[in-house]
Design a binder for this molecule. Structure first.
Ligand SMILES: Nc1nc2c(ncn2[C@@H]2O[C@H](COP(=O)(O)OP(=O)(O)OP(=O)(O)O)[C@@H](O)[C@H]2O)c(=O)[nH]1
Ligand SMILES: [Mg+2]
Length: 403
């Protein structure tokens, strides 16, 4: 079964529990959360998790309308941050999760925030794709207030307005809960709502998303050949080095492997950064990951090869010492042979892994670098053809004058 995507954007005022809710959705602590009223999340962050056949992408944004900033500066900041949030998921979002805190008083500022957000995302974005997330669910007393849904419906004033604005969709989140069942229940409830919002997998999008998508495609397209070529070159050099290693030379090999490990890690970071969550460099990321895995296995196997080698050396010493005990010596010799075979098998196995990497690399090369080279070649050929009549005319004139 192919995994379906769910792209979610967390929005809301500073300190309402956006990052904590993001962590609850991801079921692991990926986003930094705050202990104070000052803004913790400084820039848009993206994290993923796999859950019930979905790849959930959670985009955590800084709090809008930070209390330390003037309204003008806050609005400017908000435009900047929401621009980044749009670029982080240019194909649109399956839901906008507007986070408020249970027990908070709702004021005019909330409405102002929503007004600016509507300018960016469109007047109906919450109506169509908004879900109100009420954090601090641990403060909600069901015995006193009844069910959360009933409680929402019984509210008046700004909270009810927000609830209505989000199409009467709300989920209570206790981000402090340690109970696995409760954690899953609240997440499942959210997923059910989001699935119903976009039953055909459709995301909410508008002209800004389309523009971001076009810009991003342009940038990726412009940079991809260069990025690919640079990375493919580095990958190729690492594979080449792997092929030159000798598993039996522990000291030298381990030293070289550590260097290669550092290079692959650095490359992986670079390529992930260049990809900017576009997926445009997915193939090369997978490839580098496999190189990294091979380097790591190589390190482990070099260590075990060293262990086997010292056994072989010890056995040889014993063989030498027991020249007169022929029968005992025969056993030692066969044991030594057994260990030597283990070493050969290990070496063979590693060489096969490197060969696989080489083949994969070649395949990828054909699909990327060569394709771009062909593309460039085609353009070049067209340019040359265009220039040809002038050049031919010039040559013709020279020949005429020479006569
Ligand atoms: N008791 C309780 N505390 C919570 C809950 N959710 C969040 N908090 C706390 O609320 C504070 C703010 O949470 P964050 O997740 O950092 O809020 P945020 O909206 O991401 O904050 P900014 O990034 O600064 O805008 C932290 O101290 C959290 O531990 C909850 O469900 N229950
Ligand atoms: Mg945060």
């Amino acid at each position: 079964m192919s995994l379906k995507e769910l792209d979610l954007l967390l929005i809301g005022r500073t300190g309402t529990g956006k990052s904590s809710t993001g962590n609850s959705i991801l079921n692991r602590n990926m986003f930094k959360t705050s202990d104070s009223m000052s803004s913790t999340t400084k820039k848009v962050e993206v994290e993923y998790s796999k859950y019930k056949g979905f790849i959930i992408k959670v985009v955590d944004a800084p709090g809008i309308f930070d209390t330390n900033l003037s309204v003008k500066d806050s609005t400017k900041e908000m435009y900047k941050e929401m621009g980044t949030a749009i670029a982080a998921s240019a194909q649109g979002y399956h839901a906008f999760l507007l986070v408020v805190r249970f027990g908070d008083r709702f004021t005019q500022e909330n409405n102002d925030t929503i007004k600016v957000m509507k300018e960016i995302f469109g007047h109906d974005f919450l109506k169509r794709y908004g879900v109100l997330i009420v954090s601090n669910g641990d403060q909600f007393d069901m015995n006193k207030s009844g069910s959360f849904q009933d409680w929402c419906l019984s509210q008046k004033g700004p909270f009810y307005d927000l609830f209505a604005e989000c199409g009467y969709r709300a989920v209570l989140f206790d981000n402090k809960s340690m109970e696995q069942i409760k954690k899953e229940q609240q997440l499942n409830q959210l997923l059910e709502i989001v699935k119903a919002l976009s039953s055909d997998g459709q995301r909410y999008t508008n002209k800004y998303f389309l523009k971001a998508g076009a810009e991003r495609a342009k940038i990726v397209k412009q940079n991809k050949p260069e990025i690919q070529e640079h990375n493919m070159k580095e990958a190729s050099l690492i594979i080449q080095k792997l092929g030159q290693l000798d598993i039996c030379d522990r000291a030298k090999t381990l030293h070289r492997l550590q260097k290669l490990q550092f290079r692959t890690e650095e490359m992986l970071n670079n390529v992930a950064y260049q990809d900017k969550h576009t997926g445009a460099l997915k193939d090369i990321i997978q490839h580098v990951n496999r190189i990294k895995e091979t380097v790591e296995s190589y390190i482990i196997w070099t260590e075990s090869a060293a262990g086997i080698q010292s056994i072989v050396i010890k056995l040889q010493q014993q063989i030498d010492e027991h020249q007169e005990h022929r029968e005992y010596q025969v056993n030692l010799i066969s044991e030594k042979k057994l260990n030597q075979n283990k070493l050969t098998a290990l070496d063979k196995h590693l060489k096969a892994r490197v060969k696989e990497l080489e083949l994969e690399h070649l395949d990828l090369s054909r699909n990327t670098v060569t394709r771009y080279a062909l593309m460039v070649g085609k353009v070049l050929a067209e340019t040359m053809l265009e220039a040809a009549p002038i050049a031919l005319g010039f040559l013709g004139a020279v020949a005429y004058l020479k006569k």
